[in-house]
Design a protein around this ligand. Structure first.
Ligand SMILES: NC(=O)c1ccc[n+]([C@@H]2O[C@H](COP(=O)([O-])OP(=O)(O)OC[C@H]3O[C@@H](n4cnc5c(N)ncnc54)[C@H](OP(=O)(O)O)[C@@H]3O)[C@@H](O)[C@H]2O)c1
Length: 365
């Protein structure tokens, strides 16, 4: 299953989940497959088609419940994955987790059991659910899964007074951030960060997980991003308002940027995120400064936090902080807490990761 999880990452299947499958005959792996994207074969089909020998009596390991769909996205009739396993003579199917898509949800497992196939469910399920969190967020919440990454000094600053910010953390932390970026569909920043730092926002010095650079999304209401900005390139998404100057809009379009323009009164994180899901973003990495990051927390649209802390202080009451704007809590017993908290060391830096607990909490006004 560990191998199936690994090969599952080879595809870039949004809006479908990443799925990997491995066929084992006796003690030998005889094939593997993954889902490449909508309209292409599912991982089980790809693996069973690739078998170097007869799969009769084999075990298939798959990271998601085999599907029951008989009609593909192209409208053509297709063999559902549970049936394909049966046709190949597979006698045991090991599944990491059940599907939440109502078209399958438990039915794929039931079909296999009814046909006499031995089925085990729940092997490395936490890892699989983590891998599928973009797909699951879109299915359940209609928006991408949001990871917030930030680096602060020990005294909580994301830059010095005056704006200098390079570098807060060391090389090992920055490498870990590139690894995190490589697993995301997009990196979100506010125009404040573009103006201050002109970052490149690419994955560098680590392998790309799915062979594709994450796209960049800039939140920029009045299109004040300089045309010369490094991120003003093919594929970058600029979310702006219909009041933005037409000449600037045209200039960015010429550079291959994708412009999303909302009316000013509907320009909110809540309205924008589902639009990012619609253009192929399942997992997004928020790497903004305090102003936009604060807006995401106030919208409660942060699902996972990676907070890097460097053992240094800069002081200064006006130096920017990780979350700006109105407070999330005005009493300590109302603070947003993290669950599933983990701590990692990168050289001298520390990174705390976890999931904010939003459920059952009223927003403070
Ligand atoms: N250490 C770190 O991890 C880190 C990371 C990123 C940035 N930084 C530092 O942060 C500083 C920049 O901070 P910043 O807060 O200005 O950057 P930011 O949060 O990336 O950008 C803020 C800007 O985003 C725009 N925006 C668009 N939609 C928004 C919305 N719904 N809510 C709020 N803002 C929205 C606003 O400008 P408009 O109103 O014009 O649209 C706002 O001024 C720089 O010094 C940079 O070096 C540090």
């Amino acid at each position: 299953m560990r191998k199936a999880l690994q090969v599952g990452l080879k595809g870039h299947p949004h809006p479908n989940p990443p799925v990997g499958a491995v066929v084992v005959q006796g003690d030998r792996v005889i094939a593997q497959g993954w889902h490449n994207g909508p309209g292409t074969p599912h991982a089980e089909h790809m693996a069973l088609d690739a078998c170097r020998e007869n799969a009769a009596g084999a075990t298939l390991y798959v990271t998601l419940e085999p599907c029951c769909h008989t009609i593909g996205r192209d409208g053509n009739v297709r063999i559902p994955c549970w049936q394909r396993c049966l046709d190949a003579g597979v006698t045991r199917v090991v599944i990491a987790c059940a599907d939440i898509d109502p078209r399958t949800a438990g039915k794929g497992i039931q079909h296999l059991l009814d046909a006499g196939v031995s089925v085990d469910v729940g092997v490395l399920s936490e890892k699989a659910i983590h891998q599928q969190r973009g797909f699951r967020s879109i299915q359940t919440a209609g928006r991408p899964f949001v990871i917030h990454k930030v680096a602060t000094t020990l005294d909580g600053h994301i830059a010095c007074e005056g704006g200098d910010s390079k570098w807060i953390t060391g090389e090992k932390s920055r490498r870990a951030v590139h690894q995190l970026r490589a697993t995301c569909d997009a990196i979100i920043v506010g125009v404040g960060t573009i103006v201050a730092d002109d970052p490149d926002l690419t994955v560098r010095s680590v392998p790309l997980v799915s062979g594709r650079q994450p796209r960049v999304v800039v939140f920029d209401r009045s299109l004040r991003m300089p045309e010369s900005a490094r991120v003003a390139r093919q594929g970058t998404v600029i979310v702006t308002t219909s009041d933005a100057p037409g000449a600037a809009t045209d200039a960015f379009k010429q550079k291959g940027c994708h412009i999303i323009a909302l009316d000013a009164d509907t320009y909110t994180v809540e309205n924008i995120l589902p639009m990012l899901a619609d253009i192929g973003m399942g997992i997004v990495l928020l790497e903004a400064g305090g102003v936009l990051s604060g807006a995401f927390y106030r919208a409660r649209y942060v699902d996972e936090v990676h907070w890097y802390i460097a053992p240094k202080v800069v002081g200064g009451g006006n130096a920017p902080v990780g979350l700006a704007g109105s407070p999330l809590a005005t009493r300590m017993n109302r603070a947003i807490e993290l669950t599933q908290m983990q701590m990692h060391r990168y050289g001298v830096d520390v990174c705390i990761t976890g999931r904010p607990v939003w459920e059952g909490r009223e927003a403070e006004s």
